[in-house]
Design a protein around this ligand. Structure first.
Ligand code: AMP
Ligand code: MG
Length: 418
């Protein structure tokens, strides 16, 4: 087991142990946010045929070369092309076809004149202009050609993907399974939210934050409850999670007398890969994997509410994304300008909770204030985690730093922007 690692060494070890989950087939309607596990190659052209973008008249431009407002050209309306009808007849010289939006273009036609621009009388239509070549025509295959690779494995399915898959005739697709994450809290002082908090007991808020962080990622949290600080209770609770893809426990991984998590994990066949990462908050972080090819990843997160959330962000979330097949493993990263000076001792990388705001073209980061690892309101108020590099001891007002964006609410707008 390694100890006292840098954040990047720890992350590399986590990702090296993270295996891709199996795939399953799901209805496209229920696939929002899932990660595609197959390549989608189009067997169709979209649109399938040249068709009209307007209600109007399909015409041959050559017939209208001399048309003007003063001298409209009269064409004979030879036939109608309804949307969804059979392949239309072809257009002869001096003829127009009445056509509806989406209806296939008759052979011979090379433009559509909008209904508003034409005046109809019986089987005649007067047209006062010559349209541009292919005006108001949607070309066959302009969206997708046969054989086009339209979606790559690893892409996260959004609303447009769902519509595109449906257009290609796919109502079921292969996606990666959602990671199942067993969540365990430990500590004799912990109670559930409806419990009695007399005598210094505290609510196990980590069960709530960690489950919600899993859900944000499309993972399925399975709650294992609160284990007391005895090896027996811890072992019994951990056993409930042995079939999950990931086990996330919080607290009990420090060096205190009652910190039995490491011993219990060893007994359950979990070989710890590391303990202790040079970050703040979150130093006492343990990571390992249960024996066997499909052995769950095990994260022993620190107990303090902010430490648990921050270490989840840095190490658990990228692992969940990797096992679910996502190509992008990390939160959006922005460069922000410090709104004030911050300082620390060199040695550990700090994740500073910051509020972000837009000032002109720049994004400005200001500390949420008290950075104690128990101050959960700082995570509520903060929009991101500013990376204060390990060896640096000071960032001055106006300096630039990278910020992991956890909450894009600072970009929210009261205006539509148009
Ligand atoms: P420990 O890692 O056991 O030393 O815990 C560190 C701190 O985190 C203590 O103040 C605990 O009370 C607190 N803590 C531990 N587990 C939780 C939890 N599930 N929810 C909220 N706070 C916790
Ligand atoms: Mg404890």
């Amino acid at each position: 087991m390694r100890t006292d690692l840098s954040a990047s060494e720890a992350l590399a070890l986590v990702l090296a142990e993270t295996r891709l989950l199996a795939t399953e087939r799901v209805d496209v309607r229920a696939a929002l946010g899932r990660v595609l596990a197959e390549e989608i190659v189009s067997g169709r052209r979209l649109p399938p045929a040249d068709n009209s973008a307007m209600d109007g008249y399909a015409v041959r431009r050559a017939d209208l070369a001399a048309a003007s407002r003063e001298r409209p050209v009269e064409l004979r309306v030879a036939f109608d092309v309804p949307a969804g009808g059979a392949a239309p007849a072809s257009l002869g010289t001096g003829e127009a076809a009445r056509i509806l939006t989406g209806a296939p273009l008759p052979a011979g036609a090379d433009a559509v004149v909008r209904q508003e621009d034409a005046s109809r009388s019986g089987d005649r239509v007067r047209i006062p202009l010559c349209p541009e070549p292919r005006e108001s025509i949607r070309d066959a295959g302009e969206d997708v050609e046969i054989g086009a690779r339209v979606l790559e494995p690893g892409c996260v399915l959004g609303p447009a993907h769902a519509g595109l898959l449906a257009s290609l005739g796919r109502s079921v697709v292969a996606v990666h399974q959602r990671p199942r994450v067993a969540i365990l809290s430990s500590g004799d002082e912990l109670v559930e939210p409806d419990g009695d908090v007399a005598g210094g007991r505290i609510v196990s808020s980590n069960s709530y934050t960690l489950a919600a962080q899993c859900r944000e990622e499309g993972a399925e949290p399975v709650y294992l409850g609160i284990a007391g600080d005895t090896p027996e209770d811890l072992e019994a609770r951990f056993r409930g999670g042995l079939r999950a893809d990931v086990i996330v426990s919080s607290a009990g991984v420090s060096v205190g007398d009652r910190d039995h998590v490491r011993d219990v994990l060893a007994k359950l066949g979990c070989e710890l890969r590391f303990w202790g990462v040079r970050i703040k908050p979150g130093y006492p972080l343990a990571f390992g994997r249960l024996a066997g090819d499909a052995g769950a990843l095990v994260f022993g997160l620190p107990g303090n509410p902010v430490s648990a959330m921050v270490t989840f962000e840095q190490f658990v979330r990228p692992a969940l994304r990797k096992m679910a097949g996502q190509r992008s493993l990390f939160r959006p990263l922005v460069r922000a300008r410090l709104g004030e000076r911050i300082s620390k001792k060199p040695g550990r990388l700090h994740f500073v909770r910051v509020e972000l705001s837009r000032q002109g073209d720049a994004i400005v980061a200001t500390s949420t204030g008290n950075q104690s690892s128990g101050v959960l309101t700082s995570m509520v108020r903060g929009h991101g985690l500013l990376i204060f590099p390990a060896e640096s001891h000071e960032l001055r007002a106006g300096d630039e730093a990278s910020v992991q964006v956890l909450d894009a609410a600072f970009l929210a707008s009261q205006e539509p922007g148009f």
